[in-house]
Write a protein that binds this ligand. Sequence first.
Ligand code: KG4
Ligand code: ZN
Length: 335
Amino acid sequence: MILAIETSCDDTCAAVVDGARILSNVISSQDEAHARFGGIVPEVASRSHLELTVPVVEAALGDAAVSLDGIEAVAVTTRPGLIGALLVGMSTAKALAAARHLPLIPVDHLQGHVAANFLDPDPLGPPFLCLLASGGHTLIAGVRDREGHEILGQTLDDAAGEAFDKVARMLGLGYPGGPALERLAAEGDPEAFEMPVAMARDPGLDFSFSGLKTALTYLCRDLGPEGVEERRADLAAGFQAAAVGQLTSKLKRALKRGDWPAVALGGGVAANGALREAVAALCEDAGLRLKLVPGVLCTDNAAMIGSAARFAPRLSFPEYLDYDARPTSRPPLPA
Ligand code: KG4
Ligand code: ZN
């Protein structure tokens, strides 16, 4: 029985997992606190986590109907993420674990997204390719075992969700803009405007979304406020088609380079219907299994951190007391 805590970005999350079974999964979104700024403000996120972490942990224990006496280990996201936000979750996890001399399990957030696929019901085991597209990350992970993943390609600039949010903002939609942009795109013609095809000639598996975002900036500038208002749906449809096209063409290329029997989608952008349909068609053509976890396990949550923790090294008390959070997944520089 693992108590897991996730505070790497703007959601305060705690969960209790028992093996692959989710006993509770509490998520307190901070969207409202950040909406008036049009994006996530790191310091606002840290302060909100400070207020929310203890009640969210209490709710997770309550929903699971277990007390701390029943918890065998505490798992926590320690990288990558907003450093102040990570520190709040990590300090809480350390305190809870240390008070009871429980082991602490540091978890990489991206491995958490991968491990969402290992959870009940209908868990997906390796090997598989995982396309992860969120507001903070966009990457293709090759998953050969449950302990880790290999990054085969990733964004060189903006994350896909970040591009959805920024374009949504240009079109006068609120934050986070992905879902609103998807709704607007449904009314538009994806071919009304010519969109740049990013990284098309690049032989690798990396992504880039900043060129597409800049193309939209210029289109909006040239159309002027009234023109944008009139053509919003076409702009949204064109952007979405180009973003989804890039994600799926790189995924297709990655699939060709390995013998992968299954594909999984993760991250907030995995909620996008156009992306789901395109990846489903790709998998059907290639005869591959497609695993789509439910929406609450696609976006940031602590159940996925508990899932990854099952296969990650445990640190025993007191060796974790000076363990540090890190903003990136890269190893720390030598002291
Ligand atoms: O995984 P997530 O909840 O948080 C991060 O770790 O970033 O992802 C949030 C991102 C936001 O950028 C949001 O606009 C995007 O996922 N998103 C979508 C959709 N739903 C959420 N993007 C496109 N279409 C959607 N339906
Ligand atoms: Zn995430």
